[in-house]
Design a protein around this ligand. Sequence first.
Ligand code: ZN
Length: 264
Amino acid sequence: MASAKTSLSQRLENSEDADEKVRMARQTAIEMMRKAGYDIGTKVKVVVDPQLPFMGYTMPQGGNFTIVVSGGAVGSGLLEGLLVHEMSHVYRIRTNHPSHNSQILEEAIDNLGTKVVLRDYQQKIVHDLLNDIQDLYADDISFKVLGNSPIIPADQMTRFLQDWVKDEPVKSHDGVMDSWINASIMTHNARAIAQMARHRVEDIGSRAEQTNKRFLSQISPRVAGRFQYFRNLLENLREDMTAEEYRALLADYLRQFLKIAEKN
Ligand SMILES: [Zn+2]
């Protein structure tokens, strides 16, 4: 009995600790954003989902925002950095940047046409492709906000982005699925490498470049030959874009992706 009681009170204490950590991190992140010139107001709630299998996400609801962070993120030492990243999405949504205009994104997917019937994993890949661009635009802000702060040391950011680059293509009995997944690995590699250049994160030891080279050498040259297109597009995304320009950019990005993902 005594030990059960101890563990229950311990758990309560831990969850109070977590609440307090989240409360303070939210305050710190909002303040850092404001000082850097990115006022997001106060209609931002932060909640913890202990079961969430990835770091976090943001849900807009009317003019309010709920940021959901994983249990793991709370104790990771990366909580403030994560909140600044999510709050940068909030800023992009509030200022109506085309990259965060849900109507434009839906149209881009609809415009793929009725000919392309997307299976679940394909929908997820397309969703992640669009998310990659949103993350780059969010991090244009979060890197400025975090720039001079010690929350994420530079070498940790280097390793973080280097670890995103994969060197192993998938190979299964499903050729179409392999083709889609390998095309998506290539574009995610392009995103990590483009992000390093875009946000001036040094690729120490050229590890990201070398890992990607090994990946490209193992996939079809037809697909590997398109790496540079994705890298350039992601590295050179412009801050100021009209809705029309952004629609055109997404249409081209998705069309180029489908070209390499779809065999035939
Ligand atoms: Zn994000």
